[in-house]
Write a protein that binds this ligand. Structure first.
Ligand SMILES: Cc1ncc(COP(=O)(O)O)c(C=O)c1O
Length: 393
């Protein structure tokens, strides 16, 4: 079978979201690249995005010769502070990227209003926001296009993987033409290796084993034994020859299996947020207050701790699956951010979040007992002080 599984995966995903077209890729970052390229982003253009992201989200902008322009975040949802957005717009602004961080929906009314007044397309980064809604509407259905990630720690996984969704027929035609012309196919070896990794993941990776498995995985990735989420060359803004790659049939079949479980997955994650909120409230912690019209489905539960370094060091001993993103405004921390036009102090709220925020599991393997163990652990570390604003303006 060839295009069959991939086309089916694309159709099922588009159907789930309720949009006309979907295009699957090797990774989410490839999907982002295809959108920007098809919109016509090129040399000297500017792309606005939050200064609290993954550097793999910035690479596609740099690959196209464009300039990333960073907007600071607000401290409750960790999303772009819409009050700072308009001042970043210039005649060179070509796209605004609305990243729904951790699954918290961006303030889409404000973003769409500002973008509309300046006639700038909005692209949604939905890599962390499968099933989140804003005013009853699914994230991923506001902008001209959206992209999604199916990497290991994303809302659902095909090992690695990505998707574009769009309702814009003109843009879909351009993406299709670009793929016809340039899209590479993963090798049989890479596809098989990823299938083996997915099996290992299914059998052995649980909240108690994640810390050990992650360090093992990183060690093996560095030695080229397994397929990691990012290759070393992706920590510099130079595009590798084999970057623009499609998804394999095996990944697509894994994706189709995940789509069958999508409702259960989303409803589990939706329930995890109030569980964590209540556990922390009972311990006297402040938890974020968001308006009712934001219905987040969190990929991870972010929480601010007094000593992030200690939390990271101690979590494995307590069998706690502690996430560290984002460790710097363009995660991960090894990346020299000047290469990407980010300099210390550009986004102070994001920088503070990088120092304080860790995140806890919400995925279907994390149960009530996992939440209790994780919440107890962060309580042992202590709440970030002085407390931050926990309410949106
Ligand atoms: C917010 C965000 N967007 C995009 C990406 C890129 O996704 P992928 O790893 O599938 O390329 C990431 C990476 O982890 C991310 O955290």
């Amino acid at each position: 079978m060839s295009a069959g599984a991939v086309a089916k995966f694309e159709d099922s995903f588009a159907q789930w979201l309720g949009v006309k077209s979907a295009f699957a890729f090797w990774k989410g970052r490839v999907a982002m690249y295809a959108i920007l390229k098809s919109i016509g982003v090129g040399e000297g253009d500017e792309v606005i995005l939050p200064g609290y992201t993954c550097v793999m989200d910035v690479n596609p902008i740099k690959y196209l010769g464009a300039k990333p322009v960073y907007v600071d975040i607000e401290p409750v949802t960790y999303n772009m502070d819409v009050n700072l957005l308009e001042e970043k717009i210039t005649p060179k602004t070509k796209v605004i990227v609305a990243q729904h961080t951790y699954g918290y929906p961006c303030d889409m009314d404000a973003i769409m209003d500002i973008a509309g007044r300046h006639d700038i397309p909005v692209v949604e980064d939905c890599c962390l926001a499968l099933g989140s809604k804003y005013k009853g509407k699914l994230c991923g259905t506001f902008g001209v296009a959206s992209y999604w990630s199916f990497q290991w720690n994303k809302p659902f996984t095909t090992g690695i993987g990505g998707m574009i969704t769009t309702d814009d027929s003109g843009l879909a035609e351009k993406i299709e033409a670009l793929c016809r012309e340039r899209l590479l196919q993963p090798s049989a070896k890479a596809s098989l290796m990823l299938a083996v990794q997915r099996m290992v993941y299914r059998l052995f990776i649980f909240p108690r084993t994640t810390a050990f498995a992650t360090s093992m995985f990183r060690w093996l990735t560095k030695r080229g034994v397994v397929i990691g989420s990012s290759t070393t060359c992706e920590f510099e803004p130079t595009m590798a020859d084999d970057f623009f790659m499609g998804i394999s049939d095996r990944q697509a079949r894994a994706g189709l299996r995940q789509i069958k479980k999508i409702k259960k997955n989303i409803s589990h994650r939706r329930k995890m947020k109030p569980i964590y909120d209540n556990l922390l409230k009972q311990a006297g912690w402040e938890t974020p207050e968001i308006p009712d019209y934001m219905d987040p489905v969190l990929v991870r539960y972010p929480v601010r701790v007094a000593d992030k370094a200690r939390a990271i060091a101690e979590a494995p001993r307590h069998f706690v699956e502690l996430g560290t993103w984002f460790e710097c405004p363009l995660h991960p921390i090894e990346t020299p951010m000047g290469m990407y036009g980010y300099y210390d102090g550009m986004c102070p709220v994001a920088e503070q979040a990088c120092r304080e925020v860790v995140n806890l599991p919400t995925h279907p393997r994390a149960k009530q007992a996992t939440a209790v163990r994780s919440a107890n652990f962060v309580q042992s570390i202590g709440e970030a002080s002085p407390p931050n604003a926990h309410r949106l303006p």
